[in-house]
Design a protein around this ligand. Structure first.
Ligand SMILES: [Mn+2]
Length: 266
């Protein structure tokens, strides 16, 4: 079975039994009508100011709404620990919050498999060459102030899910997937894939992703982009000048964004 057949079979099994089911990185919400709004937040990349600014605008109702974070909470900006703490708190407090992993969290997990926060940074590692230095510094500060919190944040990053299927219509994952492969065959590729997904996906369901800033498709674009094959890219360049963090109201195809700011202007 390919990934879409697997998800469909699982959903049929779970219908009427559970509101949200999660196992081995796959989250299934059998019936999307159990929720009011379906909200998806794109890449954050340590930008705590923009994340706070975004949530001042989103009329999030934790009882009614399903809130999905698409991953890449960390790297490139200095306030990663604060971002992780905020997302972790939301996830712990409210049962209808789904937190997916991005490729940046995958690099961080890989790093800490054989490195410690107590040692100097290993600058040879790919994570630290991809914006991880900012995260390392932020986590090291946290470790020195409150090592319990540091371990909670690390555990949280280890616990993130890989894909969420909501009702028959919607899929959420950080980067995309190979439609012909099984879930097991591509658990990690789903965090990195770009061209093959955009080219091979046939658009039967709406797939909401982050990973590629919309500015890569069109320099003047700052809103989530919907493609003809029903892929919606919600990464609106949280770390770029003039960029935003966006929250998509999936059913309505409208969005809220962090305010314009001048943090990158001269
Ligand atoms: Mn990203």
């Amino acid at each position: 079975m390919n990934i879409l057949e697997e998800i469909n079979a699982k959903r049929q099994q779970l219908k009427g039994k559970e509101k949200i089911y999660a196992k081995d990185g796959m989250v299934i919400v059998p019936d999307s009508h159990d929720f009011g709004r379906i909200l998806a937040v794109g890449d954050i990349h340590g930008n705590f100011e923009r994340l706070q600014s975004l949530f001042q605008h989103v009329p999030y109702d934790p009882q009614e709404d399903l809130l999905i974070f698409l991953g890449d909470y960390i790297d490139r900006s200095p306030e990663t620990a604060k971002v992780l703490q905020m997302v972790m708190k939301l996830k712990r407090k409210y049962p209808h919050v789904i937190t997916l992993t991005g490729n940046h969290e995958a690099m961080m997990r890989h790093y800490f498999q054989n490195h410690s926060i107590r040692e100097p940074m290993d600058l040879e590692h790919g994570w630290l060459r991809s914006g991880g230095q900012a995260t390392f510094t932020s986590l090291k500060e946290t470790y020195e102030k409150d090592c319990g919190l540091y371990h909670e944040l690390l555990e949280f990053v280890l616990s993130l899910d890989h894909i969420a299927a909501v009702g028959e219509q919607y899929l959420f994952t950080h980067a995309g997937f190979y439609p012909k492969l099984s879930y097991e065959e591509q658990v990690d590729d789903m965090l990195w894939i770009r061209t093959e997904f955009y080219e091979e996906y046939d658009g039967a369901q709406t797939v909401v992703v982050g990973h590629t800033p919309v500015q890569c498709f069109d320099r003047d674009q700052h809103h989530p982009l919907m493609f003809r094959n029903h892929i919606i890219d919600c990464d609106t360049g949280s770390y770029l000048p003039g960029g935003h963090i966006s929250c998509l109201n999936v059913r309505k195809m409208s969005c809220w964004q962090s305010d314009d700011d001048d943090m990158f202007r001269d």
